[in-house]
Design a protein around this ligand. Sequence first.
Ligand code: CTP
Ligand code: MG
Ligand code: K
Length: 179
Amino acid sequence: MLEAVARAVWAMLPAYVPNNAAVLFGGGRPIDGGREWGGRRLLGDGKTWRGTLAGTLVGTALSVLLNRLAPAAEARTDWSLPRFSLRSGVALAFGAMAGDIAGSFFKRRTGLARGEMALGLDQLDFVAGALALARACSPRWFARTFTRPTVAVVLLLTPLLHVLTNAIAYGLGLKDEPY
Ligand code: CTP
Ligand code: MG
Ligand code: K
């Protein structure tokens, strides 16, 4: 059980950190360039080129780092941890950013302003993006790494981790809202 959770979190870390990296390094020119659609912003000022690039780079770098840390972590436990290819690492990191951007697109369509909470969507849009892109880019790696029980753990655990890290980022003054 603990190993299943550890494997799931390990495999998802390159998809988890991009959001936090975007909060830290984001800002500047919005991806939608201020454009509107149907009287509302296409994406909003919260989705920037810089944040997206930073998130993708940090997530990818973490996948490389995790590969190097895995043997030591495995030696200290009796777990076997997943490894990332460059392809799957990039897919998880960029997929998380893309899913988050798609989430903002839907938030704007339903009239939610930038920063307003969309319960469920905010917590899972990046997971859906990361898993979908990883599956499309590295199908064999994906099938090995994200077995059904692992996906179940991810879907249950991610919203909790997301709420927790965002609350911490808010507490540290890094984020404008605690979600
Ligand atoms: N961010 C960014 N680029 C991204 C994603 C996030 O620059 N692709 C930065 C922005 O400064 C953003 C912050 O990270 O405000 C928090 O991200 P998030 O909560 O996803 O955005 P919101 O501001 O809440 O906007 P939205 O309502 O569109 O989700
Ligand atoms: Mg938000
Ligand atoms: K979001």
